[in-house]
Design a protein around this ligand. Structure first.
Ligand code: FAD
Ligand code: NAD
Length: 474
């Protein structure tokens, strides 16, 4: 068995692992990435990129149809095959040559194969023909192995050969009928995408839709899905699933029977730590890997975890943020440089706690950052919340005829700063970074009055929210 030593070993070459290795190399360390599938990970091939590529064409079509004058020019329907082909180009046809080239250019070593710990700072990699390589880390090992979809214990579901997010994002054609179990982000986005293709979609959610968001977000997305022709069942459990030949039959707790060609299960994620040799370093296979804010796994001085596997925030941008902190702090600790681990320091992922931005690319989009009204109250803040109809802003009425949307700002009454903001409406995603600045920067509301939104843009929603809250007194 070949043995090789590096300063840093990173398990998993998803976007998150790649970023940690890159930062460490820039900090003067040697780093190796271990990958058993495609370099680039879930986001590039079966998650963010293909899902957004599936959603964008119908969104663009609906946007044009919502503007009189332009609407007259777009009289056709979506070319689903062209949408799927465009999606293929975003995934590089599920080939990772481009990403491998980037890794090599960044001075990072790559070992292909399945990684398992065989002891502290020691990883054994088994490649597809069974050859093993022993890797030793001089300073640190980072686990960035991501997450897998959960298939819940519903009678007959596993035997029905369900789609997960992988099949939904890589499908070669759109089924005529699609049943979706789940009411989170994947369920809502895929329901929107497939309804746009003309698929007969039935979404079955055991609770409300998008329950981690402000309640109006899920309600507006459910209404919009119904307008697109989908059936949305909320507060409905799935009790039984059966596949007979080409058809799948889904039974619900209220006695309904949904017959479809495929069933997509979108009920959350589990950590990819089952077959990682965690038992050799005193951890339990199958567990999430919680960390401190420098991304060090609790109880270790050499083991770090980043991305989905930590359960901190299952989002690519947040994982990459953790990766920048981890790669830099590993290099700093290895070289004896200054460590900046106070809240909001260079080497910590402070924003994970109360300042995470997210866009759900449904139509309307849901863009949010920070705490919801309910989460802020639960965290003990003295909260005041203000709402405003985005359609009343001049920029929105120019953007689309009959624009409707809703914005909410959650304010900490003690410090008079924004704790959270949510925007629901067509194309609201680009409003989000300003909200993220306000939350992360803890900008006092008095000062936000001086951040004048350009007229007539949808950003004027900020002025309306401030006016609804009330003008400061001298
Ligand atoms: C349908 C869908 C859409 C999404 N859309 C968005 C979005 O729009 N925006 C957003 O921010 N987030 C989105 N997400 C979430 C995002 O995909 C994840 O947060 C992100 O991919 C996590 O990155 P990661 O690097 O932690 O894990 P991954 O991307 O899963 O990378 C982990 C890598 O580790 C490898 N690996 C695992 N175990 C081993 C092992 N033992 N040995 C060797 N290699 C191993 C895997 O093959 C993989 O390449 C979406 C998720 C889904 C399911
Ligand atoms: N645009 C984006 O940023 C984006 C898009 C897709 C996914 N993601 C990320 O990927 C992660 C996974 O998404 P997801 O939608 O799978 O998870 P989720 O946690 O968002 O939603 C899971 C849903 O499944 C339901 N559920 C859980 N167990 C169930 C059971 N046994 N039976 C029936 N329903 C059950 C929950 O009530 C919830 O509605 C999310 O954390 C999300 O952040 C992000």
């Amino acid at each position: 068995m070949e043995t090789t030593e590096y300063d840093l070993i990173v398990l998993g070459a998803g976007a998150v692992g790649e970023n940690a290795a890159d930062r460490a190399v820039r900090g003067g360390l040697s780093a190796v990435l271990v990958e058993h599938e495609l370099v680039g990970g879930e986001c590039s091939y079966w998650a963010c990129m293909p899902s957004k590529a599936l959603l964008r064409p119908a969104q663009a079509l609906r946007a044009a149809q919502a503007v009189a004058g332009a609407a007259q020019a777009v009289t056709g329907t979506l070319d689903v095959q062209a949408v799927l082909e465009r999606r293929n180009s975003f995934t590089s046809n599920w080939k990772d040559d481009g990403q491998v080239e980037w890794v090599e250019g960044a001075g990072i070593s790559l070992v292909r194969g399945h990684a398992r710990f065989s002891g502290p700072k020691e990883v054994t990699v088994t490649d597809s023909d069974g050859t093993t390589t022993l890797l030793r880390a001089r300073h640190a090992v980072v686990v960035a192995t991501g997450s897998d979809p959960v298939v819940p214990d519903i009678d007959g579901l596993r035997e029905a050969n369900p789609w997960t997010s992988r099949e939904a994002t890589s499908a070669k054609s759109a089924p005529g009928r699609l049943a979706i179990i789940g009411g989170g982000v994947v369920a809502a986005e895929m329901a929107t995408a497939y309804a746009g293709f003309g698929t007969e979609v039935t979404l079955i959610s055991r609770g409300k839709l998008l329950s981690q968001q402000e309640p109006f977000a899920g309600e507006m997305v459910a209404d919009a899905l119904r307008d697109l022709g989908a059936t949305v069942l909320v507060d409905t459990n799935t009790t039984r699933v059966r596949r007979t030949g080409d058809e799948v039959v889904v039974e619900t707790s209220d006695g309904q029977t949904v017959t479809a060609d495929e069933v997509l299960v979108a009920t959350g994620r589990k950590p990819r730590t089952e077959d990682l040799g965690l038992e050799t370093i005193g951890l339990t296979p199958g567990d999430w890997l919680p960390t401190d804010d420098t991304m060090r796994v609790e109880g270790f001085d050499w083991l770090y975890a980043i991305g989905d596997v930590t359960k901190r925030a299952l989002l690519t941008h947040q994982g990459k943020y953790q990766a920048r902190a981890a790669g830099d702090v590993i290099a700093a600790r290895a070289t004896g440089s200054t460590v900046s681990d106070q809240p909001w320091g260079v080497h910590v992922a402070t924003a994970d706690h109360e300042a995470v931005p997210q866009v759900t690319f449904t139509d309307p989009e849901v863009a949010s950052v920070g705490l919801t009204d309910e989460a802020a109250r639960a965290a003990g803040y003295d909260v005041r919340t203000v709402d405003y109809e985005i359609g009343n802003v001049a920029g929105a009425s120019v953007r689309a005829d009959g624009y409707t949307g809703k914005a909410r700002m959650v304010v900490d009454e003690q410090r008079k700063v924004v704790l959270g903001a949510t925007f629901v409406g067509p194309e609201v995603s680009d409003l989000l970074q300003a909200a993220t600045f306000a939350v992360v920067g803890q900008i006092p509301l008095d000062r936000l009055w001086h951040a004048v939104p350009a007229y007539p843009t949808v950003n004027e929603i900020w002025l309306r929210l401030l006016e609804t809250y009330g003008r400061p007194t001298p």
